[in-house]
Write a protein that binds this ligand. Structure first.
Ligand code: NAP
Length: 339
């Protein structure tokens, strides 16, 4: 190849720009690297957009559940168009389709990404590539949480870090499905954001009397499913507020500190703390539920499962994108878009 194009490659070049993390903590750099080849069961996606999520910040710092050898292309999800397929019927069927894609080995912060066909969701015509880029991690988690509420016959849900994109989805889905949601935020401005969304029960953890107010409300609404994205000292506050028989779902550690709780406060009232990771949940839910959720995320992409986008930046500005996002996560997602 002399013209920089790959033989028989649908206009796919040999080299591409990709964001590289070369040491834990960064900085991020953009490198010219070979476009990856899809193997059996895999597809090559020409990326359109990819968000920065809290899990990415953990990954960049080297403190996330998932670790990969360095140097590495970061990014766990995104969207684009399938331009090449490895061996297998499903990959071939996806060629030419716009998809939401979850990363397999290679990350999504690049001009092209390879993933398995099973980690792609073909997008309906009404779903934009921009919303499609954020259609997997948070929307599928929000659906999973409402499933947990239904399966456990929980009358109401408590959700912290609730001004997050995911927290807003939980509020909207709860309203649609008739499950009251008590949302906990940490700043007065966030109370206003959630009220504007139509949230009925919003508590600010920085206010005096917050813990007692949470306990009173959780008992009154019989909220027995607590979704904890914060951890640290907040976990004990949730345990203390929870009615007997409650389940506390630890699904993130935004406080950056281990969850602290006294086991005695769990045992007496039959309360439990369980972990949640979307990857494990998705692996165990079976084909029927997977198909149902794929249909639902598309249907609700423009409503209950919509995500606010604050800024779009090219791959070459990845470091600036990280700083912009980190500075104010509540303001909305920062997307890395094709240059
Ligand atoms: N376990 C799983 O499988 C799974 C799946 C999906 C999402 N998640 C987790 O769900 C959480 C929300 O994700 P997202 O993409 O929706 O987030 P996001 O939209 O980027 O927003 C993050 C929110 O967290 C708040 N926050 C940050 N640190 C906090 C702290 N120490 N105490 C209280 N609030 C804090 C931010 O508020 P400020 O503006 O005040 O900083 C912001 O409102 C993340 O932790 C993510 O990792 C986990």
């Amino acid at each position: 190849m002399t013209d920089g194009r790959r033989a028989g490659g649908n206009g796919v070049p040999e080299l591409m720009d990709a964001v590289h993390l070369e040491q834990d903590g960064g900085p991020l750099v953009v490198r010219r690297i070979p476009v990856p080849e899809p193997g059996p069961g895999e597809v090559l996606v020409r990326m359109a957009a990819a968000p920065i999520n809290p899990s990415d910040l953990g990954f960049l710092a080297g403190s996330y559940t998932v670790r990969r050898p360095l140097p590495v292309v970061p990014g766990f999800e995104g969207s684009g168009t399938v331009v090449a397929a490895g061996r297998g019927l499903l990959p071939r069927l996806l060629v030419g389709r716009r998809v939401a894609v979850a990363a397999a080995q290679g990350g999504t912060w690049a001009a092209y990404a390879v993933s398995t066909a099973l980690r792609c969701i073909p997008l309906g015509r009404h779903v934009s590539l921009e919303q499609g880029a954020m259609l997997i991690v948070n929307p599928l988690t929000a659906l999973a949480f409402l499933d947990l509420a239904r399966q456990g016959r929980h009358a109401a849900i408590v959700s912290n870090a609730a001004a997050s994109a995911l927290g807003r989805m939980i509020i909207r889905l709860g309203r649609t499905e008739g499950v009251p949601v008590i949302s906990i935020v940490r700043r007065p401005e966030q109370v206003a954001v959630l009220r504007a969304l139509g949230a009925e029960h919003v508590l600010d953890s920085s206010e005096d009397g917050y813990a007692a107010g949470l306990r009173e409300l959780a008992h009154r609404l019989r909220a027995t499913l607590f979704l904890d994205a914060v951890g640290g000292a907040q976990t004990q506050t949730l345990v203390d507020a929870a009615p007997a028989g409650s389940t506390i779902v630890a699904y993130a550690a935004l406080a950056g500190e281990p969850s602290v709780f006294n086991a005695r406060t769990l045992i007496g009232d039959d309360k439990k703390i369980v972990g949640f990771y979307l990857g494990h949940w998705a692996a165990h839910k079976g084909l029927l539920r997977t198909v149902r959720d794929i249909v639902r995320v598309q249907r609700l992409a423009g409503t209950d499962l919509q995500t606010t986008v604050r800024r779009r930046l090219p791959l070459s500005a990845a470091q600036e994108a990280i700083e912009t996002y980190r500075h104010d996560m509540t303001a909305g997602k920062v997307l890395l878009v094709a240059d």
